[in-house]
Design a protein around this ligand. Sequence first.
Ligand code: ADP
Ligand code: MG
Length: 536
Amino acid sequence: TAQVETLEFQSEARQLLQLMIHSVYSNKDTFLRELVSNASDALDKLRLEAFQDKELDVSTDDLHVELETDAVARTLTVRDNGIGMSRDEVVSLIGTIAKSGTAEFLAKLKESKQSDELIGQFGVGFYSSFMVADKVTLVTRRAGAAEGVRWESAGEGTYTIEPVEDAPQGTSVTLHLKPEDREDKLLDYTDKTTLTTIVKRYSDFITWPIRLGEDTLNSMKALWARADATEEEYAEFYKHISHDWQAPLESFRLQAEGTFEYQALLFLPAKAPFDLFMRERKRGVQLYVKRVFIMDDCEALMPEYLRFVKGVVDAQDLSLNVSREILQQDRQIERIRRRLVKKVLQTVKALPEEKYRTFWGEFGRAIKEGLLDDADNREAILELCSFDSTHSADEQTSLASYVERMKEGQEHIYFLTGDSRQSVEHSPHLEAFQDKGFEVLVLTDPIDEMWVDQVPEFGGKKFQSIAKGQVDLDDEKDPEQQEEFSGLLEWLKSTLEEQVKDVRLSSRLTTSPACIVGDSYDMTPTLEKMYRAMGQ
Ligand code: ADP
Ligand code: MG
């Protein structure tokens, strides 16, 4: 009919679909997890909206996910009676990828051989259908809307979209399965046993029934309320809430009973998301109230420097009507947040060596933001930090180990900041320190420039930049030398009057003839550069 429109996928979406069709991912069964995950989200959203909007004319009595197969036509349908989508939502949610940084991600993917891992970081969601289907039909009707929408695509550049009159509320996604191909490990996704196994493996904890014929395939238990869950169950739950495709590095639970009851299940990812340092990066903790999903990205529960922590907090005594604004000012929420932060920091501290190294490599830079933002936990954060140091060329050191190695009579923790380890090591400032056997921390993250200005000490030992002020190595000034060079010093001072404040004899240098030193309260050159780059 005339109402069928053919539209083009946005170019990033097209590229991602090409990847799916030509299948970069080895574990194709996961498409079902993605579709069930979307269906479950849609049911969560409908329940919440029905509660908050009494005018909304929908039934929420039998919210569920349903699988339907046709072995002859070779189709699999995943259906939910959740929130559904309007036409515009279908176009913007399914036809485009709104995630910032997608273009950069795709460029990286093209160069990389580890596409599995990168896809995992990105999360392909609905598009994973095209790993197993050569055509996908989606029919949906938004709760409260009179008319539905039918969307169809073979994933090759375009899709069609048209209105439908008699669509049931919610969404159904029908996969026209590719021909079976054992070599490619494509299973028969119209087979009941196959589907049951996959749902149990990936989606057992989904709190809505997932039905196939008469059977409910999942146990529906909220995972955070169970003390007996296995690592595998945690991992699958983590993938559902985080949209990550890899298992987490660490999972941990906490709960509080009494006046303000809550349960929390939190995760440290194994890999930083590609957009960890992008501006609109969201936080990862979801809020539930008495098992009812309330919101994603609950910023009141986790500070920004821990934005990579994923998980769920289920609180007993909040209203289902809570808003973000209310949460920001709620004292109980504030208390939960403080406890979660402590628990995260303790968990990181207790990680076994190897896991800690992975963690620090991925998230260390974010954690160090906490040195600026979270004064209450500063000491605990410092205890987690690792830094490059002149002590070892390839292993980082904790501050505690640095302090243990401090020389007799050494009072300060010495550091030098710079762009890279190499440039710092060639700095003339280091010479005397190395000569005399003092260890110096080598700080090369941009964030290091900022926190060293704000954090005075660790364990009672002051941080001291070796590029600033008079660093007291041992020296009494040799009066004879002073005398001998006074003419030269005067001349240098007057010649360089415009450029420098003072010219001094120094005991810092061993092989370089001269170096530039900042005043104690000056900005370091790198920080100056940063401010200039920011236009200040
Ligand atoms: P993600 O789930 O990570 O947002 P997806 O590609 O899986 O990404 O889905 C994109 C969006 O499409 C979802 O965020 C949701 O808004 C919408 N969507 C997908 N499936 C459904 C569904 N069954 N019901 C309602 N909305 C859906
Ligand atoms: Mg999804």
